[in-house]
Design a protein around this ligand. Structure first.
Ligand code: HEC
Ligand code: HEC
Length: 222
């Protein structure tokens, strides 16, 4: 056999063997076919009872709200669903759903977004905690609870919330509000409390402070 022929048949055989190995093992590596999840069906089964069939409800946050969705990237939404809001009626779905299912349900909720995503800055916001405490008491406590334990509105002292929500997420929510819900914009003369950017930063700093004293604050609200 000429060397060229030998090389051709040798590598040819190797190629065929490799292909066979791949055909046998590829399905194992990519997981069984049932790893695909139907986000729409999962939402209907697990979420609609509280959040409403189309994301809007009176008892839980409006998941179809555009001002919420544009500042909540897919990964953040997944984390919110996985970690839930223990103690606040929102289960930690990582206990009941596989990661692939959480990803599918988050993708389904993301389909409700109508405007382009807004990329928020990273990093901490540092305002005046005492000013923040005073403003929180007058502008936020009525709905979010005296020490953030929630009421008609979500708990802001909830550790799962604080872990997932960045300072800039909280800031953007206070600036834009969630139109169509009781959560309004608090910025400027059109805002519910005519707060300045600096004052909003102080409120954010005060809310962030619950991350270290979360347990104590939550008990105080009960
Ligand atoms: C009139 C009642 C009301 C007041 C006052 C109010 N909020 Fe809210 N807030 C809500 C409601 C209701 C929601 C949930 C809206 C939704 O998505 O359905 C909310 C949502 C939020 C969220 C998002 C929570 C989450 O789970 O993602 C943040 C952050 C927030 N509010 C901060 C504040 C701050 C800070 C103040 C004071 C400057 C304030 N709110 C004042 C009613 C209120
Ligand atoms: C038993 C009722 C209930 C069920 C079921 C439920 N949720 Fe919630 N969810 C809530 C409540 C209540 C909150 C707000 C927590 C608070 O008030 O502090 C919330 C908060 C959220 C948030 C945060 C919203 C925000 O504004 O930050 C997301 C995202 C969410 N739920 C998604 C889901 C998804 C997806 C499912 C289904 C897999 C689901 N929830 C099932 C009650 C529920």
């Amino acid at each position: 056999m000429k060397p060229a022929w030998f090389a051709a048949s040798f590598f040819g055989a190797l190629f065929v063997a490799g292909g066979l190995l791949f055909a046998v093992y590829a399905p194992i590596f990519s997981g069984p076919p049932e790893e695909k999840a139907d986000g729409k069906a999962l939402y209907a089964r697990n979420c609609a009872a509280c959040h409403g069939a189309t994301g809007t409800s009176l008892t839980a946050p409006d998941l179809s709200n555009d001002d919420f969705l544009v500042i909540t990237p897919h990964g953040t939404l997944e984390a919110m669903i996985a970690q839930g809001r223990p103690g606040r009626g929102m289960p930690a779905w990582s206990e009941a759903m596989r990661p692939v299912e959480i990803r599918a349900v988050a993708a389904y909720v993301k389909e409700w977004q109508r405007s382009p995503s807004v990329e928020l800055p990273q990093g901490r916001i540092r305002g005046d905690v005492e000013e923040g405490e005073r403003l929180y008491a007058s502008a936020c406590a009525a709905c979010h609870g005296v020490s953030g334990g929630g009421g008609s509105a979500p708990a802001l002292n909830n550790s799962a919330f604080l872990k997932v929500a960045s300072d800039h997420f909280i800031r953007a929510t206070v600036i834009n509000g969630r139109p169509g819900t009781p959560m309004r914009s608090f910025l400027g003369p059109q805002g519910l409390a005519n707060l300045s950017h600096r004052e909003i930063d102080s409120v954010v700093t005060y809310v962030r402070g619950w991350e270290s004293s979360e347990g104590r604050s939550r008990r105080a609200d009960r």
